[in-house]
Write a protein that binds this ligand. Structure first.
Ligand SMILES: [Zn+2]
Length: 100
C-alpha cells in the first residue's frame, strides 16, 4: 500500500497517509498534527520514495530548501534553519557509514 508523507510548511511536523491506489494526484493533505486548527500550517507532500535513502544531512538541506524561507518568515530570523542544517551536516560526517 503506498505511503504518502506530508510535512507542515510552518512547523515541520510530519504525517503519513496510506492510500489504496497508487495514483493520487489530488490527495487531500491531512491537518498538521502539531497544530491542526492553526492558520498557516499547510501540509505539503514529501517525496518519501527517494528521501528515505538520502542521508539525514541531505534531507535537512532539502527541508531547508523547501521550507526554510517559510519557516524563517513564520518564526523570524532567530532560528537560523540554514545554520542548524550546516551544523548537522558537519556533525553527520563524523558518523560511521550507514548511520546518516
Ligand atoms: Zn504545523
Amino acid at each position: 500500500m503506498p505511503l504518502y508523507e506530508f510535512a507542515c510548511e510552518a512547523c515541520g511536523a510530519r504525517a503519513e497517509v496510506f492510500r489504496q491506489r497508487r495514483a493520487a494526484p489530488d490527495l487531500e493533505p491531512p491537518p498538521c498534527p502539531a497544530a491542526p486548527d492553526a492558520a498557516g500550517h499547510r501540509m505539503a507532500r514529501v517525496m518519501s520514495g527517494f528521501a528515505h535513502h538520502l542521508g539525514f544531512a541531505t534531507r535537512l538541506a532539502e527541508a531547508e530548501a523547501t521550507w526554510g524561507a517559510e519557516v524563517d518568515a513564520a518564526m523570524g530570523p532567530a532560528p537560523d534553519v540554514g545554520r542548524h542544517a550546516r551544523r548537522y551536516d558537519r556533525a553527520s560526517r563524523d558518523l560511521p557509514p550507514g548511520e546518516g
